[in-house]
Design a protein around this ligand. Structure first.
Ligand code: ATP
Ligand code: MG
Length: 426
């Protein structure tokens, strides 16, 4: 026998047992996005490598070591998208969506990063993100945060997550801050971990992210970015905080929050949880007014966020929300009634849109068909034998409640089922 071929490390199959929770999550998210009037955009999974190099920044973890980059057959360098923002900006700009107008967009789909796989960190993972364009005031920053807060409520996760907030100022503020931070950290470089010492040279703001205890101690006395903010950024942040307070959104100021992507400026935020160990960030975003111009467009204010669905699924699995059963009715066909069973199912699908109906295929004993009916999760087995067909009846066997099987004329069946199924959903 030849060796079995398996999936690629860090890239997961999502099995039928798990997809109902994924669909439930995705439906809830789509519902909230629709409630804010956001519109979906779909872009290719592959882009030119330069899009991410220019968009995300050459000295970020993603571009330096996490991208899946390869040569196309004609020699072009292509990359599997590691995140959604750069593609979204590319597409919006390419199709003239950013000229003289505002946009509220969202996207969903797989992202690819060559990281060390562990719980909550994979090489193919899924994000849903929102991106807004053309609005420069703190009100839109507040709106996307309100939207995310409503999402946690819809998912029953409000108690699990907290909002952290910071302002990064503009590029000049960060440049002046970077100099001050580097000067300070150099004085204490012997107390920094190796990773931070490397970052000190390449991307010093990322040292603020370090989880190393020694480094964190050094950081306590480090200069604060807040002191370097220009008046405009300071005022923007003050107004955002006031808007969030007026809306009743709790937040924690985190001066160390810098985010791993170069394109952010002014507002940055993260929703984090303690329930997932080290992989605690479930949603992250901020303002990136410089990105559109960096990718060749006109300067365009923009705010957005992305959330990782795998981490939300891990949280939801702990909560175990009640999901609608995919199958409500299972039609058992006893004897030579296959054609009548298929026809009955079609008539019921006409009358009961949205109700999952499975017709038993392949014959078998009454017992084995009932076992399959039970395993399908259906509320009712509808049993059709030659006698039932002759009388125009169907036998209805409740599978989830203590009630007797009964014979119903098919003319009454759809109404009877509609009423029972509605009652069991309420
Ligand atoms: P982290 O600090 O956890 O590496 P990040 O800063 O790289 O996250 P972003 O690029 O901002 O994350 O992506 C937003 C969200 O996407 C994260 O908060 C997380 O929920 C999810 N995410 C990022 N990388 C992965 C991954 N490799 N596997 C699963 N989810 C991920
Ligand atoms: Mg990362």
């Amino acid at each position: 026998m030849s060796k079995k071929i398996t999936s690629i490390r860090g890239m997961n199959d999502i099995l039928p047992q798990q997809t109902p929770l994924w669909q439930w999550l995705e439906d809830k998210v789509r519902g909230v996005l629709a409630a804010y009037g956001y519109q979906e955009i779909r872009t290719p999974i592959l882009e030119q490598t330069d899009l991410f190099k220019r968009g995300i920044g050459e000295v970020t973890d993603i571009v330096e070591k996490e991208m899946y980059t390869f040569e196309d057959r004609n020699g072009d360098s292509l990359t599997l998208r590691p995140e959604g923002t750069a593609s979204c900006v590319r597409a919006a700009e390419e199709h003239g969506l950013l000229y003289n107008q505002t946009q509220r967009l969202w996207y969903a789909g797989p992202m690819f990063r060559h990281e060390r796989p562990q719980a909550g960190r994979y090489r193919q993972f899924h994000q849903i993100g929102v991106e807004t364009f053309g609005m420069d005031g703190p009100d839109i920053d507040a709106e996307v945060i309100l939207l995310s807060a409503r999402l946690w409520k819809a998912l029953g996760l409000s108690d699990q997550v907290t909002l952290e907030l910071n302002s990064l100022g503009d590029a000049e503020d960060r440049a002046r801050y970077r100099d001050a931070l580097v000067a300070y950290l150099r004085e204490h470089s012997e107390r920094l971990d190796d990773d931070s010492r490397r970052r000190l040279e390449r991307n010093p703001l990322r040292v603020l992210d370090s989880k190393d205890a020694g480094t964190r101690e050094v950081l306590e006395q480090a200069p604060r970015l807040e002191a370097f903010l220009n008046d405009d950024a300071r005022e923007h942040f003050r107004r955002l905080c006031a808007l969030l307070e007026a809306a009743g959104i709790e937040y924690r100021l985190n001066p160390y929050l810098v985010r791993g992507l170069d394109y952010y400026g002014k507002t940055v935020f993260e929703w984090t949880t303690r329930a997932l160990g080290a992989q605690g960030t479930v949603c992250a975003g901020g303002r990136y007014d410089g990105l559109v111009a960096q990718l060749g467009g006109k300067p365009t204010p923009a705010v957005g966020f992305a959330m990782g669905l795998e981490r939300l699924i891990l949280l939801l699995e702990q909560q175990n929300p009640e999901l609608p059963a995919p199958v409500a009715l299972y039609i058992a066909a006893m004897g030579e009634v296959q054609s009548q069973a298929l026809a009955l199912a079609e008539r019921l699908r006409d009358r009961l849109p949205g109700v999952g109906i499975v017709t038993h295929c392949g014959g078998g004993s009454f017992k084995s068909q009932m076992k399959k009916a039970d395993r399908s999760g259906a509320r009712y087995a509808l049993i059709l034998g030659e006698d039932e067909v002759a009388r125009g009846e169907v036998a209805v066997k409740p599978l989830r409640e203590d009630a007797e099987q009964q014979q119903l004329p098919e003319t009454d069946l759809a109404d009877w089922l509609a009423e029972r199924l509605a009652r069991s959903q309420a």
